[in-house]
Design a protein around this ligand. Structure first.
Ligand SMILES: Cc1cc2nc3c(=O)[nH]c(=O)nc-3n(C[C@H](O)[C@H](O)[C@H](O)COP(=O)(O)OP(=O)(O)OC[C@H]3O[C@@H](n4cnc5c(N)ncnc54)[C@H](O)[C@@H]3O)c2cc1C
Length: 409
């Protein structure tokens, strides 16, 4: 007769490791299954290798930064809020620091220290784990879950926590096993989509690759008239818009059709049309002999200036020769420089997956399935996603806490 574990967790990422600690701390004989050769492979690359593990701000701020199903996260965040997460890691011996935007990192700037802290805690509470163990399917007969692995082993447990993550960044081990298990037990899956990903353009932007624009406003205008807007830093790649404001907007627009959608850049968001016109009238007189190209270079980065002239077909005239219409046309271009959106980038490129297990069928106070007793879903496998800033890992920790502390029997 094989051992029947009190609790098995599928996935040794952020949420799985955290849940295993609480499960074992509560006295459950706990086994964690991970198909990679090591734990926390995605965690390792978070925050550019530094791991922005939470945001040291209010629960309300976290809720505001959750793009999909923030209400579902209310209970999880109240039970294991950011300050408790920080306390958890500090008590476990990890020194933390808070940076710009309340982003929390390990003082060492090494994500491996976060992973090692979790592994130490798993060891302290006697969590067992198996690496190189890919779960292929699960079934439940009477009260027991049977977990079938690719290596032929079948594990059994009374309580199952699915922490297998989203489907983006497959190189870190992401698979759709969590969705398959959920579907098997009758759960609805909200179609997975890219979130926090670049916005691919129809125009060629090869010449702009690597260009970063600070303090601009990016507005996405959808075919149905809806508009989404962010102010901050924008980055051009060969084919797309990236950087903080494009990534943030991608998470907001991924629920809509992007047919005929426009990405509009305002290069001078601090100045109104009227203020720009007054400035231009004055400067066109003062620098009357200057040519337009040199003048535009004072307003836009050199790299964009070249692109600006090619795209708009503007002539390089002396400022003195420009008419009122020319001036207003230039202002219009600076306030409304449009690109056509082709699509969002591939789901594999998205920092997080939007979509997943439908939270309507999950108890928000425990993360237990409303359809199957003793089955829990936590972390990114759920249809919950947030903006950058440590909010996504906070979702992983808080949902893990709920499941690990609400196992029954
Ligand atoms: C480049 C990048 C940077 C990021 N930076 C940040 C950041 O700084 N701050 C932040 O808050 N968020 C960040 N995120 C998001 C964050 O990493 C995720 O939201 C978080 O890791 C989700 O945790 P999880 O436990 O749900 O999933 P994961 O951490 O993805 O863990 C899931 C685990 O399940 C395993 N698994 C999958 N299928 C199977 C199977 N069949 N059998 C066994 N095991 C399986 C996987 O190998 C994986 O280890 C970043 C994401 C990326 C891609």
């Amino acid at each position: 007769m094989m051992d029947i574990y009190d609790c098995i967790i599928i996935g040794g990422g952020a949420s799985g490791m955290m849940a295993s600690i609480f499960s074992a701390k509560n006295g459950y004989n706990t086994l964690l299954l991970e198909h990679n050769e090591k734990l926390g492979k995605k965690l390792y690359i978070t925050g550019k290798g530094r791991c922005n593990l939470t945001n040291n701000s209010s629960i309300e701020n976290h809720l505001q930064n959750i793009v999909t199903n923030s209400k579902f996260m209310y209970s999880a965040l109240y039970n294991f809020p950011p300050n408790k997460v920080m306390e958890f890691f500090s008590d476990a011996g990890l020194r933390l620091k808070t940076e710009r935007g309340n982003r929390v990192f390990p003082s060492s700037d090494k994500s491996s220290d976060v992973i090692n802290t979790l592994i130490d805690q798993m060891y302290n509470y006697s969590v067992k784990y198996e690496l190189n163990t890919a779960v292929e399917r699960v079934e439940k007969i009477d009260k027991i879950f049977y977990i079938y692995c690719r290596n032929g082993i079948i594990y059994t447990t009374y309580r199952l926590i699915v922490a297998s993550g989203g489907v983006s960044y497959s190189g870190t081990g992401a698979t759709k096993i969590g969705y398959d298990i959920a579907r098997h037990f009758g759960h609805n899956i909200i179609r997975p989509k890219s979130a926090l990903c670049p916005i691919v353009l129809k125009e060629h932007t090869v010449a702009l690759n690597g260009l970063s624009l600070k303090n601009v406003r990016l507005t996405i205008i959808l075919n149905n008239g809806k508009e989404f807007s962010e102010f901050g830093e924008l980055l051009f790649t060969y084919t797309s818009l990236s950087g903080p404001i494009a990534l943030a907007l991608s998470s907001e627009i991924n629920k809509y059709s992007l047919n005929n959608a426009i990405a509009r850049i305002d290069f001078k968001p601090a100045l109104s049309y009227e203020e720009l016109d007054i400035k231009f009238q004055k400067e066109f007189k003062t620098f009357a002999k200057k040519d337009l190209r040199n003048y535009i270079k004072t307003l836009l980065p050199n790299k964009f200036c070249e692109y600006f002239f090619v795209r708009t077909g503007l002539k390089n005239e002396k400022l003195a020769d420009l008419t009122k219409e020319n001036r207003q046309h230039i202002i219009n271009l600076l306030k409304k420089f449009d690109f056509s959106i082709k699509s969002l980038d591939n789901i594999n490129v998205g920092i997080v997956t939007s979509g997943g297990v439908d939270v309507k069928e999950i108890n928000s106070k425990t993360c237990e399935s409303k359809l199957v007793e003793n089955l829990y879903f936590i972390g990114e496998v759920l249809d919950v996603d947030a903006l950058t800033g440590g909010y996504n890992l906070q979702i992983a920790w808080s949902t893990a806490y709920l499941a690990g502390n609400n196992l029954k029997g």
